[in-house]
Design a protein around this ligand. Structure first.
Ligand code: TEU
Ligand code: CA
Length: 558
């Protein structure tokens, strides 16, 4: 396998709006990010992914871009961005940005020009289509609810939007549009950006027939992902994109890919793949509901374990995936993947250990390193997220009461990850001196960076140790390239694996159960490397180990 500069890196996702506000407007900003670079460096972070900071009306929190060449005023200026790049470089850190090119904002000048002249060149930058028999061109439901087709005012046409109606889809068939996008990508790479996280990219390929599907909900519509799953040929676009941009800069790219077809992994992340890597969402998809969040199943430990293991085994045949516990679209991992009795510092450290020592590129989401959890939401008005409002409606229409619908959103809402980072136990968790744009989680007095800095045993300090270990001279090689081999997967409540490199073998073993459990070693143990619980000694010649509830150990085997 060719070695790449990013293989042994640890990444961190910043959701700028909620990271740190330095001017009191209640909105996180670039200054806030710059001021925390040392904090991130100390955590062991190499690559920082910024969720969108481009000019945007923020209908979907910046995932609706109005100008790809401008920084949102809310966040700062281009000068400040350049300063961020320079400061990161000084610290040998890399910045990657979100690349949202399936769609733009309806405020983007391309779309405005298209509306102004629906027969002109810019209309073909989008999908403007005539309806069928007085109906929209097809019955697709957008990811955020309602039809994917919105009338183009003053015409008999509709435009396509897979997400909100303020996010018109860009027409990748149009060569000129593609070239505009490539120029933009290269412009940022020229500036010194190390790469991109690539948003919703699987959606760029459309079936130009736009066939309708059997309705799958009471609204008579069918999820637009059905079209995505049924159409072939995205590879040509992705190859073209890569060749004209990323490849020339040896950029690091991590794509958000759902609904991939079987057997395509190699093409995406194998040698000469379209991307450096893609996120592993397999565990997150376990909570996909049949109809929405209201029927989202709870995570079952056994299923979760099997899913993570299978994904690791599959991926290591051809490349690396990016491993996450949570991101800005997902509820907090501590609240989601741990049984209730394990939602405590030990359990959270255990989950972090299992995830971060997997084979792949770890991506830590802001606040994960202190064990931030889902918030308590008392009314639908407390939410900001467009997706959450839609899911609330779906739940109500399905007959759930206000309380039940709120409970479903409380469990799954994207806003759980978007509450401000809890920096301290002072007002507004030290995020802002103003009024935060989204409420602060009420548990900030118990969970915050400042207090955890002072506590050697805190989740934060444990994450620091864990990342230091992963990147240490002694273990970097095995944790980066070592094979993943599952073990004890028939033992109740145990999630464990080896990382194997030549004749070196590391065992990572965790007890997710409520009771202590025994494991018997397959290989003699050389030494104990790290545990989330104190006072564990492995005596020479010992044949096994008692793992307490929520305990994880990292051992080197003979
Ligand atoms: O998400 C794409 C995507 O597929 C999401 O709709 C996802 O299925 C959903 O959020 C799960 O709840 C990306 C971004 O990560 C997201 O924040 C944006 O809203 C979306 O694209 C549109 O740009
Ligand atoms: Ca601000």
């Amino acid at each position: 396998m060719d070695r790449k500069w990013w293989h042994d890196k640890v990444a961190y996702q910043i959701y700028p709006k909620s990271f740190l506000d330095t001017n009191g407007d209640g909105i996180g900003d670039l200054r806030g990010i710059i001021s925390k670079l040392d904090y991130l460096k100390e955590l062991g972070i190499d690559i920082i992914w910024l969720s969108p900071i481009y000019k945007s009306p923020f209908v979907d929190q910046g995932y609706d871009i109005a100008d790809y060449y401008a920084i949102a005023e809310e966040f700062g200026t281009m000068e400040e961005f350049d300063e961020l790049l320079a400061e990161a470089k000084k610290r040998e850190m890399y910045i990657i940005m979100d690349l949202v090119i399936n769609h733009c904002s309806d405020q983007h000048e391309w779309f405005q020009k298209a509306l102004a002249n629906p027969e002109g060149k810019y209309a073909d930058y989008f999908y403007f289509r005539k309806g069928k028999n007085g109906n929209p061109p097809s019955n697709y439901r957008s990811y955020f609810g309602g039809s994917c087709w919105e009338p183009v005012p003053g015409t008999d046409k509709y435009y396509l939007h897979m997400f909100a109606k303020e996010q018109p889809d860009l027409n990748w068939e149009n060569q000129e549009l593609r070239q505009e996008l490539y120029n933009m990508v290269n412009w940022w790479l020229e500036k010194g950006l190390a790469g991109f996280r690539i948003d919703a990219i699987i959606n760029i390929k459309k079936d130009l027939e736009f066939p309708s599907f059997d309705p799958d909900g009471p609204d008579g519509l069918a999820g637009c992902w059905k079209m995505v799953e049924s159409v072939d040929g995205i590879g040509e676009y992705l190859e073209d994109l890569k060749k004209n941009t990323f490849q020339k800069y040896d950029a690091f790219t991590v794509a958000e890919v759902f609904n991939m077809k079987k057997g395509e992994l190699q093409k995406f992340i194998g040698k000469d793949g379209y991307f450096s890597t893609i996120f592993d969402f397999s565990a997150h998809c376990l909570s996909d509901g049949k109809h929405g969040w209201y029927d989202a199943p709870q995570i079952d430990f056994k299923e979760w374990r099997e899913t993570v293991i299978n994904s690791q085994l599959e991926v290591q045949k051809c490349g690396f995936e990016a491993n996450i516990i949570e991101n800005h679209d997902e509820p907090r991992g501590a609240s989601r993947f741990l049984p209730e009795y394990a939602v405590n510092p030990d359990g959270i450290k255990m989950l972090g250990t299992i995830n971060i020592l997997l084979r792949g590129i770890p991506f830590i989401y802001q606040g994960q390193e202190i064990g931030m959890q889902n918030a308590v939401w008392n009314s639908i008005e407390e939410y900001d997220d467009i997706n959450t409002k839609d899911q609330y409606d779906i739940a109500r229409k399905a007959g759930l009461t206000d309380q039940e619908a709120l409970a479903a959103c409380g469990r799954m809402s994207r806003d759980n990850a978007r509450t401000p980072v809890q920096w301290s136990h002072t007002e507004n968790a030290g995020f802002t001196v103003g009024t935060p744009w989204l409420k602060v989680n009420s548990n900030y007095k118990e969970i915050n960076v400042e207090d955890q800095e002072k506590d050697e045993d805190s989740i934060l300090n444990y994450y620091r140790r864990l990342i230091r270990l992963r990147k240490s001279e002694e273990f970097r090689e095995i944790f980066t390239y070592g094979e993943f081999v599952p073990v004890y997967h028939d033992t109740e409540n145990i999630m464990a694996y080896y990382r194997l490199d030549g004749d070196r073998r590391i065992l990572v073993a965790a007890n997710f159960g409520k009771e202590a459990a025994e494991i018997e070693f397959e290989y003699p143990i050389k030494k104990m490397i790290l545990s989330n619980q104190k006072g564990v000694e492995i005596e020479e010649g010992k044949r096994g180990l008692r793992l307490e509830s929520c305990q994880v150990v990292i051992l080197e085997c003979e």
